[in-house]
Design a protein around this ligand. Structure first.
Ligand SMILES: Cc1cc2nc3c(=O)[nH]c(=O)nc-3n(C[C@H](O)[C@H](O)[C@H](O)COP(=O)(O)O)c2cc1C
Ligand code: SF4
Length: 524
């Protein structure tokens, strides 16, 4: 009897031991690997979350930066699970100013397919050839309108960088290195955009000065398709950064070209140029020396910079090949709260201002416009395309797809899922091979949804959705088209006739057509 009682009381211990053993042996969930047994509580809470929240906590759409619904959509998409939602929207359409509504067409020759996974393999290239307008030797048409935004090795773990790089190789997208240099983890088969920040990591000499020879050697030795000069990012515009010495591991030091263990500073301004004129000289130098398209990334603040850029591009024969406009709502590894909250315009307002300047000067066909700032969700991305974006970059949504749970501890080096930390104990649970597939699934699903929604609007590519096709609601009182709200003129926000024709010729429709039921005898 005694031994029965003893074995019964040992049962919970045994069960816990079993669960712990399972957790450390599995590779699917970094969280469980890092936090055996207790990690299950997070999944339990997530699964009973709707019931709990309905009575006591927050709604599906309250949390920020990404609501529970948005995160659920990314998670389900990255796992190729059912990412549909039941019962109807729980968004507060009636009271959310600026809520976007995409206007479907009743009759159209373009019909979206209905299956959940239909069209995932669809090819969705950019409508513009990057660098063609300025005749760059290595101009190319990006194969994907969705690409991974700049996130440096240092803010992300080696495993996360590898997962993303392998993932973009699977789904034919491009990974931006971020300003932390080009590491061996970026060399897993995926194409790259090499970002140059103010510290010139990866292309600097021993004194920290920009080194053109090193840049040429670096981009020639890796699948770099373009160079992005970082002027600023939405979450901390106008401000440099610091990577503490403890985080400067040998691998990070190697990628950045800095001494191991020494704190490295990214200054707040570039040393190679000090105004638009000298910046464009530098852009032309980099482009002619490497043959690559060269662009800038910037958040939108004071108008003067954009005014000067448009003026110089219209009059001097020099210019950037692409502009990445990052919204103030964008993410970061770490930033002061005021900068994240209040410096630089949010994406829609900022992008519309920049695009309008270029449109008024007749320059939009000479530049590829890239947007970022929570654009990794189909509705936000559609607004970006309607405003004139040719491509969107995704950062935090890509992190979510490789396991991030939005615990917002990226700045502490204690990321529980191993995505944004250099702690070997925490990163070992993140399996780059498994997560690369998740990243690819997510990107493919986003592209598929962009095509589906475009087709609902009667066109086959999101770049062809116009500023008249989306309205922003003013509660239940009225809705105004994006064209009206942002003062767009007819023809703005879509590619030129020549680009549209080229796109049309290229897109042999790979997506399954939706069509309708067979016609009744009276109709045939
Ligand atoms: C962890 C992390 C690291 C980042 N590192 C960089 C960087 O090195 N260079 C840069 O230009 N932007 C960087 N960003 C900003 C993103 O590239 C992107 O512009 C911004 O997060 C908006 O996109 P999202 O809303 O899809 O996250 C970083 C963002 C995050 C979350
Ligand atoms: S710290 Fe939290 S928010 Fe940052 S990457 Fe890790 S899980 Fe995501």
């Amino acid at each position: 009897m005694k031994w029965i009682r003893a074995s019964l009381s040992a049962l919970p211990l045994l069960a816990t031991g079993g669960v712990a053993a399972f957790d450390v042996l599995q590779r699917k969930h970094a969280l469980l690997w890092n936090f055996p047994v207790i990690g299950h509580f997070r999944y339990l809470l997530e699964s009973i979350g709707p019931e709990l929240r309905q009575y006591i906590v927050t709604s599906n759409d309250e949390e920020r930066p990404f609501s529970r619904d948005q995160r659920r959509w990314v998670y389900a998409s990255s796992k190729m699970e059912n990412n549909y939602f039941g019962f109807g929207t729980d968004n507060d359409l009636e009271h959310t100013a600026g809520y976007p509504i995409i206007k479907q067409r009743t009759f159209s020759s373009v019909v979206p397919p209905s299956g959940i996974h239909a069209g995932e393999e669809v090819w969705l290239p950019s409508a513009k050839v990057l660098g063609a307008a300025r005749g760059r030797a290595k101009a190319f048409r990006p194969n994907s309108v969705v690409n991974v935004s700049a996130m440096s090795y240092g803010s992300l773990s080696a495993q996360a960088v590898e997962a993303i790089n392998r993932g973009v190789a699977i789904c034919d997208a491009v990974q931006n290195t971020g300003e932390g240099g080009l590491s061996r983890h970026h060399r897993q088969g995926g194409d790259l955009v090499f970002q140059i920040g103010t510290a010139y990591f990866g292309c600097r000499d021993e004194q920290g000065r920009f080194d053109l020879a090193r840049l040429k050697e670096l981009v020639a030795g890796a699948p770099v398709r373009a160079i992005e000069i970082k002027l600023s990012q939405g979450a901390k515009p106008g401000l440099g950064g610091v990577l503490p010495g403890v985080k400067v591991t040998p691998a990070i030091a190697e990628a950045r070209g800095v001494p191991v263990g020494q704190t490295c500073i990214s200054p707040s301004r570039h040393a190679e140029f000090s105004d638009v004129d000298s910046m464009l000289d530098w852009v032309e130098l980099l482009a002619s020396e490497t043959g690559l398209p060269v662009g800038i990334k910037s958040a939108v603040g004071a108008d003067r910079f954009w005014e000067n850029l448009v003026h110089e591009m219209a009059t001097s024969g020099r210019g950037v090949d692409f502009i990445t406009v990052d919204g103030g709502e964008g993410g970061t590894g770490a930033a002061p709260l005021t900068f994240s909250d209040s410096v630089s315009l949010p994406f829609r307002v900022g992008f519309a201002r920049v695009y309008s300047r270029f449109a008024r000067a007749g320059l939009t066909d000479r530049v590829t416009f890239v947007g970022s700032g929570k654009l990794g969700l189909p509705d936000n991305a559609m607004v970006a395309f309607a405003l004139g974006c040719d491509m969107v970059n995704v950062a935090r949504e890509a992190m979510l797809s490789v396991g991030c749970i939005q615990s917002q501890r990226c700045h502490t080096d204690r990321c529980p899922t191993g995505v944004a930390t250099q702690d070997p104990w925490l990163t070992r649970g993140l399996d780059p091979t498994l997560k690369s597939v998740r990243l690819a699934n997510y990107v493919r699903t986003l592209r598929r949804d962009l095509v589906k929604v475009s087709e609902a609007c009667g066109v086959y590519h999101p770049g062809l959705v116009t500023a008249d096709d989306i309205e922003l609601l003013d509660g239940t009182r009225s809705g105004r088209s994006i064209r009206e709200v942002y003062g767009y003129e007819p023809g703005w926000g879509v590619p030129s006739d020549a680009d549209r024709e080229a796109l049309h010729a290229l897109l042999s429709r790979t997506a399954p057509e939706g069509g309708g039921a067979p016609a009744s005898p009276a109709r045939v």
